[in-house]
Design a binder for this molecule. Sequence first.
Ligand SMILES: [Zn+2]
Length: 833
Amino acid sequence: MDTPEKIVIYFRRMAKAAMQSIGYSIDWRREFTTIEPAYSKFIEWQYGILRSLDYIVKGSHPVRWCPHDRNPVEDHDILKGEDATILDFALIKFRVGDQVVPCATLRPETVFGVTNLWVNPDVNYVVARVNDETWIVSKEAYEKLTFTDRQVACGMEVSGKELIGKKATNPLTGAEVIILPASFVDPDNGSGMVMSVPAHAPFDYLALKDLYGQDLRGYGITEDLSKIQFISLIESPGYGEFPAVESVNELGVKDQDDPKAEEATKMVYRREFHNGVLKANTGQYAGLAVSKIKDILLGDFIKNGIAEIFYEFSETPVICRCGTRCVIMMVRDQWFLEYSDPEWKARVVDCLSKMRLIPEEIRVEFENKIDWLKDKACARRKGLGTHLPWDKEWLIESLGDSTIYMSYYILAKYVNVGMKIDKLPPEFFEYIFLNHGTAENAAEVTGIPLDTIKQIRSDFVYWYPVDLRTSGKDLIANHLLFFLYHHVAVFPQELWPKAMAINGFVSLEGQKMSKSKGPLLTLKQAVAENGADVTRLYILANAEYTQDVDWKNDGVAAARAQLERFYNFAREILEDKSINEGTELSLIDRWMLSRLQRRIQEATTAMENIQTRRTLQSAFYLLFNDLRWYQRRGGKNQLRRVLSAWVRLMAPFTPHVCEELWTSLGDGYVSLATWPEADPALIDEQAEQAEELLERTLNDVQEILNVTKAAPKKITLYTSPAWKQEMLRLALKTTKEGKLDMSALMKAAMANKAISLHKKDAPKYAQKLAKAAHSLGSEVLSLDEFETLSWEKAYLESALAVSVEIYSADKAGEDPKGKSRQAEPGRPAIYIE
Ligand SMILES: [Zn+2]
């Protein structure tokens, strides 16, 4: 028979095989499952601590509940609606005669402004006994009430039509308000009745306006509804008496079916919530801020018997993975982790503030989620896992028993080779993890050899605290928060986690993957079809931080081609017998080594920030371009040296290909080789400037040739005259914050002997420099351009396939067209014959 345990064993085997196939470097000596007896012992110890701290309490709390499984539903048990939260509505008890007509609202202050109630004429309501009152609610609401801690019994049905036209009493103000028909009222939301506050709620205003002049005599309504007086109760800057009316006019909302009605609602709500203050007609609450009022009012209303709390999901439906629609259940005598405990929360906030977060922008979300986190049910009646040590009928649910498991990796290594810990007393864990007591005492009470105890403790000290936890962005609100909560509860501050990194998802050709509905590409499939290294390269080259990776077959094919080019290129280098590393470094060799150092620096910085896309940009694509230029320039002798670093840079991304190449390059495994370190001494500004000059000059010539389309007989290059270099030097001195001081420049220029000889050309060049002031740099002054180009004359001639003459504009030699006057620092003048 397939027991749940067998299913666990099966999926564990499948998952492990998939992870091995893609080449994850996992220390499998430490593997374990959370349903092993040894692990349960560890969890019992953890929960013992939480209980002793009073962080686990028994009480009645609303939980997401699957009526089919008769169990609380955790984030991982949800098929649909995983983002839904539990909202606490105020259920305001309006009365019709001696019957209660409850209306749910998230803004209890608006009870002061109710002008009428809304009931859906096409909905059937029920008269129900709720505790010792008679309520009228929708059938859906009645169903929900059965899961609360109220005593309920269902009576007869009553149609919405029968309620319309009746008068209800506002329990707060005593005002009599009429019940009116509205088709927008959803029986599955709240009680299925809605209170109407047209001064502040755009929908109510629009719905009421739609009824003006309509014949409602069928409902027994004869009065003129346009006489209903709106009641304004919130003062907020920028709004007059009736914000709902103003916002409807401002946005030009046509009627209640206009999508802009929703926008108007949000706008009013936002402004009133943040800046609104209650008006005099709210009596004792006048002057209080709307943002602070909800809990105060709710407390008072409940105390005075005019309201109750009613829980609803923030979005519906919420579906359990068994397919059943979830409800909110008030569970009595349930065990809860008291995540709302202010002292506990404060420690988590403190821990977070000291942590590094990658990316840093995610911090606000963490802070908000901590702020919002409420108590969580931590136990359930059935499933797999560990029983609560003090109440064996309950099992610790699966998000609660995987919070500090990183510390268990230390023990797993020993358990997996036969150490028995499932009968051990807490002293063992206390010593290993908290350094309570002595090794000798721990050895004595456990019977474990003293040396082993000391070794385990020293392993723990070596590994803890957690340096980095990486996880998906969907786990921020649960796994990662609980990870923090439990660490700060169990461990002293010096063992609190140091960093967390958050990653996004992988989608498939633009579609979200789904296990149940598809599309789906498993790791196993991806590796089987594309190989491990192509799969890794593609995902890592497209992933950065919390952004999702879209798996596109075209892109994967391109990644494969790039990886093949890399491999073939490397093989060619390894087989090239003519490489002589011993020769003196040429300009292009110096350039290549300099570029390599920069790529290593860039890749290292990006890796430290877990920016895989950026790392690969430098370590793979840009370095590949550099190598192409190096070869094009006739470079060769440093290829092996570059390759050795390159293969090590690529090893984390494409380990299998790199491991094979490494057998011809270095000793042992590349996975054990050290990450390359940039050597600042090899960074060669001169060489990089020289190559840039050469590349720029070649591009400039090529551009001219593309335009003239003539076959050149000869090309003459004139490098900048000395006076223009002087001028640039002075311009850099007189430029501040991208602005060049023209009069200061000209004054300095005229005092300069070299420049003063060119009185006619100098102002024009100065103008040009002023225009480019924001991008002026001193780099071009570091290079002797004439010498550089002369040195590379042979290369220029072969690259352009024509004879090339080089002059300094100061000694222009042949210059029939006066081209040398155009030469500037960094931009030689070009004359083509
Ligand atoms: Zn279920």
